[in-house]
Design a binder for this molecule. Structure first.
Ligand SMILES: [Cu+2]
Length: 483
């Protein structure tokens, strides 16, 4: 197949109609039922749905009817969409979103991947009850990236997410604009999850302490989705929005994909691979070349190799349009490595309910971190893997995995906020916080999180007393527990 890296044709994208992420003004973007919905003769299944775009406004959390593609159902939704509207923003903007709670229990919204002040981070202690609303003013001060919003009330996150409350949050910036990446109809957000859907089309939830595995995949809320494709390079922006399921993603014909970004935006250089493991809440930014001889002559399935599911079929059109792509530059925007940690801490993810032997207590701050200093944090799996680790308040970089798989992977490069910890593994990261306040470390297997595999910590102003007294060597100690 052609290589994206060396194709430097100078023709950029022609003006394109029907951009999936074009300003939809909050209007429905529901797919047509399958069988003749534009996928060419013999296409079965349902046209992939794409949520509308929202900038500022209201997100109403409620049980509503939904379109699963070809059939109706019901779920907990934001504004009636599964997933909710895709929020878009640029650095320097403040997104103002008022979430109204029309559920029958408390909720909150966490903007996973956004580094924002504690007051708008949507943490469990900020949950608000039925009939109430909360306005999140989100100062966006970070680079282009795909992020993920979802509820975060203590002990009820898993059910609310599984029943439908989740959405994508895309940040764009000038650095990314300069790359002229596939856009409009050729940039496709894919919110991947599994679900249980009952006979009436209602999403149901029966999670246990060990997790929740739904019986069917849903991509952008669509059952058995297909996407009619042109002879173009597609940018697939994927988030694992499942409670517990880890996806191992590949195309059925084994073709290469080009990974250009992860949780915190673009990688320093693109990586070609044909399989990616995506833990809960992890994101990946992929280019897939469907030009020339790479154009599929029959539906091309995107698979989850672990479950054997077909997640999405890319279907040839009767009259595909050929779309030029200038190719990627040889280097992407730099990711400056963090270095010279001044302190280390260790976090043991114990069983299904605790970190460092302690279950979550909303009132307890487990430790303090001075802002502005690089620290080396080690995460250890101590039973009941996998544990998808997530940290609020900063992006970080993975530096080493010992035990278990014993290596890092391309999809763990760049700036991360979530990563997978499997059996017998220890993973070291480098992290630096820039905003003071109270943040969280937790397992993003949502059933583990709800059961207490979570802790609060506090980012403080200025350097710590140990720094001030000249102790700059790395210390290895468990995070101490202050009452
Ligand atoms: Cu866990």
């Amino acid at each position: 197949m052609g290589t994206l890296m060396i194709n430097r044709r100078t023709v950029l994208h022609a003006g394109l109609v029907g951009g999936l992420l074009a300003a939809a003004g909050g209007t429905p973007a529901l797919g047509k039922p399958g069988g003749g919905g534009g996928g060419g003769a013999g296409t079965t299944g349902n046209l992939l749905q794409t949520p509308p775009v929202l900038t500022d406004g209201t997100l109403r959390a409620a049980r509503t009817s939904i379109n699963l593609g070809g059939r109706t159902g019901s779920a907990l939704t934001y504004n009636g969409f599964l997933p909710g509207p895709t929020i878009v923003a640029r650095p320097g903007e403040t997104r103002t979103l008022t979430v109204t709670n029309a559920l029958d229990e408390p909720t909150t919204v966490h903007w996973h991947g956004l580094v924002v002040p504690t007051a708008v981070d949507g943490q469990p202690h900020e949950a608000f009850g039925p009939g109430a609303s909360f306005t999140y003013a989100l100062p966006v001060q970070q680079r282009a990236s795909l992020n993920f919003y979802h509820p975060h009330p203590h002990a009820r996150t898993a059910a609310q997410v599984a029943l439908g409350l989740q959405g994508a949050f895309i940040i764009r910036d000038a650095e990314e604009d300069r790359l002229n990446l596939p856009a409009g109809a050729y940039e496709v957000p894919l919110v991947l999850r599994d679900a249980n859907v009952d006979k009436a089309g209602a999403l149901t939830y029966n999670g246990r302490a060990s997790g929740f595995l739904g019986s069917v995949p849903l991509v952008n809320g669509t059952l058995d989705p297909y996407l009619p494709v042109d002879k173009a390079v597609y940018r697939l922006r994927v988030v694992n929005a499942a409670n517990s399921r880890v996806f191992r993603i590949a195309f059925a014909d084994g073709r290469d994909m080009t990974l250009i970004g992860t949780d915190g935006g673009l990688l320093g250089s693109a990586v070609r691979l044909n399989e990616i493991t995506l833990g809960n809440a992890e994101r990946m930014d992929l280019l897939v070349d469907l030009r020339g001889s790479d154009y599929p002559t029959q539906p091309l399935s995107l698979l989850d190799l672990d479950s054997g599911w077909t997640l999405l079929r890319l279907t040839p059109k009767p009259q595909p349009v050929s779309v030029a792509f200038a190719g990627l530059p040889s280097t992407l925007p730099a990711v400056t490595p963090l270095s010279s940690p001044v302190r280390s801490r260790t976090f043991s993810f114990d069983g299904m309910t605790a970190i460092n032997g302690v279950r979550y207590d909303m009132r307890t701050i487990a430790f303090q971190v001075p802002r502005g200093q690089v620290e080396r944090w080690t995460f250890v799996a101590n039973g009941n893997p996998p544990h998808p680790v997530h940290i609020h308040g900063a992006s970080f970089q993975l530096v080493e995995r010992r035990g278990g798989r014993g290596r890092l992977y391309a999809w763990e490069g760049g700036w991360k906020d979530s990563f997978l910890l499997l059996d017998k593994e220890s993973v070291d990261i480098l992290i630096r916080f820039d905003i003071p306040g109270r943040y969280l470390i937790h397992c993003h297997k949502l059933e583990h999180e709800d059961a207490g595999m979570m802790l609060n910590f506090e980012v403080t102003e200025g350097v710590s007393s140990t720094m001030a007294s000249g102790v700059t060597g790395a210390q290895d100690q468990h995070a101490s527990h202050h009452g």
